[in-house]
Write a new protein. Structure first.
Length: 756
């Protein structure tokens, strides 16, 4: 509230003062001008309107009654005409020139002698603004004070006109002199020289010659052209400047003693002693103007409205007695000077500090983050290294090095991949790159840098104690190069569970071929089936015999036999079983293999042998011949395994019904018998009674040749030879008559359900 009031006052005061200053020239209810002449107090027209300190002079009168005449301001009691008045202590009046005129014979024909007294008034002749001038030659003009004493004068002489100096009043035909301070009386005199010779009279060639002497305002006189007074014979008046002051007291210090008499009435007004004569004058304080002789006559100057006087090139604010000028927002500098304001540097100190702090904080955070990242990276590298070592990478490297060092050796194209490479190849193991999922893990399709397409198997877990064994296995597998075995290109060991990189086989699995597509419908289906069987058997046989101890598959099934574009079989996942623990304690939960393919003997002994693979292969053979799934999931036979169904059918000699109708039709009875026999031997309960993989492969090959050419000698012989070589005796002894305990009674198969 108070603030608002003060604000209002601050706004209102200068306005009031300005309004007052417009009015406060004279006393209230007094005329403040006469015609166009302002009449400020202490001057005044009329009773009570002027300063009355016992001295006449401030009382003026204005005669505007003259028709067609401008109003005329005069000093009461003296009659002088005042043409201008200023509060700065000046007044202008007019004075007639003193004149002596002679006719051509030198007789004085006209004479005017002017006198003027301002004695006892506030006025004095201004010594600085006036001078005495004498015109005509030869002539001596001077003036005396009230007591008849000489005050000032000058002599003008006559010379031939060619020697005169035009435009100046320096003694030839015209002379001038200064007048002293304090002059209050003018009584002029012209010394009467006898008229000079006409030829030397410079200026006046008139028949009548006039000599003049007068006091004149210097400025006005200097403004006249050089010949304004030449040839003059008339009566004229010239302007004269008067200095006025309050002269009833000699100086300010004396005046201040009588407060009621003191003329400087306005608050804060200043008094200074008169420079001409005794007395003093007043002025408004700096920053104010108005009439200091009136109470409240000084008003604040609104400097902002008078930009030409009070320079301001910015935003101007008026204050009492002063003003402030500030640069517009957004700039700084000196608004009192032109172009003094400069656009601010937006980057202020505060902003600098804020920015600095922010940058500092950011940098330290960044550094922390960097250090953290480095730490994480080192940890990652360490982890990779530890995984690599843990997974037998060092051993594998040693083996590879020693192998490649051996004569004729080579890496076998086996490579240890970095995790980065495989990530890149599989587009960071993207879901759309998944080829399949299994109990062991996920298989991704990947494209290596050399644009080889590979299958990358990412296993779920691996037993810790297997590392050395794993490395060895990897090494052996890497050396395998068989057209019916999926090639192992390499592995990645710097991850917790090693990843294996295999050759990519494009045409899906045998499982899909049998159960999924229309493959079995084609004309060459039987031959293809036999060829696939033979090729798979060949691959297994090769693996069993290529190394010692033999490389066992452990999980032979149709899903692990891949087919390429030409339906060539490629056995996949060799040695996968070795990635799993063989610890008896864990076999119940971690047994490898697949239901329906699993060797019953392996289940009992936990000893994986080459005959385990033979058993599984027998199941595949059966699957190929019957076109049925190894475990029936629907129909009346639900839950029964294919092996048990077939075994029971063989027992009752109705196994033909179980076989695929096409197989039955296309295979001759002899071949069918041979095939059935082979299957029954493979799935024999006892491993010893099963044939070796090599024998199986050979018999299948023979069977295939026979099937291609059943009536040809070669085909028959082949079949005979195969039999004679490998199983004739058995064939004769055991012909389809199996001792019940030899065959796994899968009707009690629930005993062998596994949790996979
Ligand atoms: C005013 O001036 C006129 C002539 O100019 C004169 O006749 C008259 O008397 C003057 N009046 C006064 C009051 O002086
Ligand atoms: C004011 O008076 C002077 C003589 O003192 C005159 O020259 C001038 O023309 C006058 N101005 C006006 C506006 O009346
Ligand atoms: C000059 O004045 C005198 C006296 O008045 C007179 O006698 C004389 O004739 C005048 N001279 C001329 C040339 O007018
Ligand atoms: C003064 O008068 C004479 C004669 O009448 C004349 O020749 C001359 O030009 C005049 N001078 C000026 C400045 O008027
Ligand atoms: C002011 O005037 C008084 C008398 O009127 C005088 O005594 C005094 O010296 C003067 N002071 C100055 C500074 O002139
Ligand atoms: C002050 O001045 C007034 C009039 O101007 C006068 O009447 C009074 O006597 C003076 N007082 C003194 C102390 O001089
Ligand atoms: C007005 O203000 C300026 C600067 O703000 C200062 O230099 C000057 O002295 C002031 N004038 C007055 C009369 O206070």
């Amino acid at each position: 509230m108070a603030t608002i009031t003060i604000l209002l006052l601050l706004i209102a005061l200068p306005l009031l003062a300005a309004a007052a200053s417009a009015q406060l020239v004279a006393q209230p209810e007094c005329r403040d001008r006469c015609g166009n002449v302002s009449v400020p107090y202490p001057f005044g027209i009329g009773v009570g309107c002027f300063r009355d300190d016992g001295q006449p002079g401030f009382q003026l009168e204005c005669n505007d009654s003259g028709p067609g005449q401008p109003p005329r301001l005069t000093v009461v009691g003296y009659g002088y005409h005042l043409a201008a008045l200023s509060l700065q202590g000046e007044a202008r009046t007019y004075l007639r020139a003193t004149r002596h005129c002679y006719n051509s014979t030198g007789e004085l024909v006209d004479r005017v002698t002017e006198y003027m007294s301002v004695s006892g008034t506030p006025y004095l002749f201004s010594s600085t603004k006036n001078r005495l001038v004498t015109l005509g030659c030869p002539s001596l003009g001077y003036f005396n004070d009230g007591r008849g004493f000489y005050v000032s004068g000058c002599t003008s002489v006559c010379r031939p006109s060619q020697y005169a100096l035009p435009g100046s009043c320096t003694g030839v035909g015209c002379c001038q002199s200064a007048i002293p301070n304090g002059a209050d009386y003018w009584e002029s005199a012209l010394f009467n020289f006898s008229p000079g010779q006409q030829d030397t009279v410079v200026f006046n060639t008139n028949p009548t010659l006039c000599r003049y002497v007068f006091l004149v305002e210097t400025k006005w006189f200097d403004g006249q052209t050089s010949n304004s007074f030449v040839n003059r014979t008339d009566d004229f008046a010239v302007p004269l400047m008067l200095d006025w002051a309050v002269r009833n007291v000699g100086n300010c210090s004396a005046a201040r003693r009588n407060a009621t008499d003191f003329a400087c009435k306005s608050a804060g007004s200043r008094c200074f002693d008169a420079t001409n004569g005794p007395g003093y004058r007043c002025s408004c304080p700096k920053g104010y103007d108005g009439n200091p002789y009136l109470d409240g006559g000084c008003a604040d100057i609104d400097e902002c409205r008078r930009k030409d006087e009070y320079l301001c090139y910015g935003e101007c604010t008026n204050t009492p007695g002063n003003y402030t000028c500030q640069c517009p927002p957004g700039t700084s500098g000196d608004a009192y000077r032109e172009n003094g304001c400069r656009v601010n540097d937006k980057f202020t100190l505060a902003l600098k500090i804020v920015t600095g702090v922010s940058v500092g904080v950011f940098l330290s955070l960044f550094t922390c983050f960097w250090v953290y990242l480095g730490h994480q990276k080192r940890k990652l590298i360490k982890a990779k290294q530890s995984f690599f070592e843990h997974n037998g990478g060092v051993i594998l490297q040693q083996q590879m090095r020693s192998y490649s060092g051996a004569p004729g050796g080579g890496g076998g194209g086996f490579k240890i991949y970095s995790e980065e490479e495989l990530k890149k190849a599989t587009n960071n193991f993207a879901a759309d790159q998944i080829l399949g999922r299994g109990g062991h893990g996920i298989v991704y399709r990947g494209v290596l840098e050399d644009s080889t397409i590979v299958a990358i198997k990412k296993s779920k877990m691996m037993e810790e104690t297997e590392t050395k064994e794993f490395a060895r296995e990897m090494f052996i597998l890497s050396q395998i190069n068989h057209r019916n075995v999926v090639k192992l290109h390499g592995c990645c060991l710097e991850v917790e569970v090693p990843m294996l990189v295999y050759e990519y086989v494009s045409n899906g699995t045998l499982y899909h071929y049998i159960h999924g597509g229309k493959g079995l419908e084609s004309n060459t289906a039987l031959d293809t089936r036999l060829r696939i069987a033979a090729e798979s058997a060949e691959a297994l046989s090769y693996m069993h015999s290529s190394a010692s101890p033999p490389i066992l598959h452990g999980d032979v099934k149709t899903a692990n036999i891949l087919l390429d574009g030409n339906l060539t079989a490629k056995v996949a996942d060799f040695g996968a079983s070795k990635l799993a623990p063989s610890d008896e304690a864990e076999i119940a939960t971690l047994v490898q293999g697949t239901c329906g393919y699993l060797d019953p003997e392996y289940l009992m002994t936990c000893q994986l042998t080459d005959k385990s693979d033979v058993y599984s292969f027998g199941v595949i053979l059966l699957e190929l011949l019957t076109g049925k799934k190894v475990i029936c999931f629907d129909g009346p036979e639900q839950g029964k395994s294919l092996v048990s169904r077939f075994t029971i059918a063989v027992k009752t000699n109705r196994h033909d019904e179980v076989l695929d109708s096409r197989v039955r039709k296309e295979m001759g009875p002899k071949a069918l018998e041979e095939a059935t026999h082979l299957v029954m031997r493979c799935v024999s309960m006892s491993g010893e009674e099963r044939p070796t993989m090599k024998e199986v492969a050979e018999r299948l090959e023979a069977l295939r040749r026979y099937q291609q050419n059943p009536w040809g000698q070669a085909g028959a012989r082949d079949l005979e030879e195969g039999q004679s070589l490998h199983g004739r005796e058995q064939q004769h002894d055991v012909t389809y008559k199996f001792i019940p305990q030899d065959v796994l009674d899968v009707e009690e198969g629930s005993t062998y359900t596994f949790s996979l």
